[in-house]
Design a protein around this ligand. Structure first.
Ligand SMILES: [Zn+2]
Ligand SMILES: [Zn+2]
Length: 311
């Protein structure tokens, strides 16, 4: 196997995909990613006529690639529009720079961007909250995720977005699936999948915006390579608060993938085959979605997680 020359045209290869046994040059690599994402979008019906897609844009590589590709796919459709939604968590340093990159990308692609902050929504920045509560790295990541999703869902609804698009890649998704196994969190597992309409379909769940993940079958490494080769502005550094169970699961999965090529694809695809069955068992047991007593947002408790944390 020639790993240094493109299997399709013989030009200098930029990547060797061991899970497929092919080497690809820059051009063939970019096209293969675009083709795979287009296929995923079509197969899972991620875009429907009349959609207003809200891409959650952090300034990192994943959401940059998601926005760029969604724009490429629906750019010319008069019946579908795209906006970007960014959140300023109030993390000094890396996240400020990431936000700048997101502004740059939206300008480059001529996409309308809406930015919201923890400070405005919750009264404090994440840095202030962490200091005040004396939180460790392992707690912060989870708290931040809950808060970000709360803002994204609420603002998406206010902006009349019909689908929230996330840049989760294959590694992210395999991690989330394994985390739910490890924690035994089956209801949360139902919110995973290429298109997440589970919560929106349950009684009282009409306030949830359906979510789509077009990069779900692209390995993390390839999303990064695509972002670089396509010349997209993004901030490569990870968030300083990244931590907790996710990081341990990530390490374990990367170790396994090294020894067993294609394992992440198997984790995700096997989960997808089990998902309809899991949903069926839960449907009979689960109660309706509740409206939070404090903020009115949908959730599974009387008071939602975001209000529990911030109010
Ligand atoms: Zn080639
Ligand atoms: Zn609430």
């Amino acid at each position: 196997m020639q790993k240094s020359k493109c299997s399709k045209c013989g030009a200098k290869a930029v990547i060797f995909r061991d899970y497929e046994g092919v080497a690809l040059c820059r051009g063939h690599f970019l096209r293969s990613i675009e083709k795979r994402v287009k296929k995923v979008v079509r197969k899972h019906g991620m875009i429907e006529p009349g959609d207003r897609i809200g891409v959650a844009l952090s300034g990192g590589k994943d959401s940059a690639v998601a926005l760029h590709l969604m724009n490429m796919i629906v750019g010319n459709r008069p019946d579908v529009s795209i906006i970007a939604i960014s959140i300023n968590e109030g993390i000094r340093g890396s996240r400020d720079l990431a936000l700048k990159k997101s502004v740059e990308l939206c300008k480059k692609l001529d996409i309308e961007q809406h930015t919201f902050s923890y400070k405005e929504e919750f009264g404090k920045s994440l840095d202030e909250k962490v200091k005040e509560m004396g939180l460790g790295k392992d707690d912060v990541c989870g708290l931040c995720g809950v808060s970000r999703r709360w803002i994204l869902n609420k603002k998406a609804r206010e902006l009349k977005v019909t689908k929230l698009c996330f840049g989760m890649n294959l590694d992210d998704e395999a991690e989330s699936i394994m985390m739910n196994y490890v924690r035994g969190d089956i209801p949360r597992a139902c919110r995973l999948g290429p298109v997440t309409k589970y919560s929106t379909k349950r009684k009282g769940g009409d306030m949830f915006i359906p979510r789509i993940k077009p990069l779900r079958w692209i390995p993390e490494k390839e999303v990064g390579l695509y972002a670089r080769l396509a010349g997209l502005p993004f901030r490569p550094k990870e968030c300083k608060y990244r931590g907790g169970l996710r990081v341990d699961v990530e390490k374990a999965l990367l170790d396994l993938e090294k020894k067993h090529v294609g394992l992440m694809f198997t984790v995700v695809n096997t989960f997808d085959r089990m998902l309809p069955g899991i949903k069926k068992t839960l449907d009979s047991k689960e109660t309706a979605i509740k409206k939070c007593k404090i903020c009115g947002e949908p959730g599974s408790h009387e008071v939602c997680k975001a209000c529990e944390l911030w109010r």
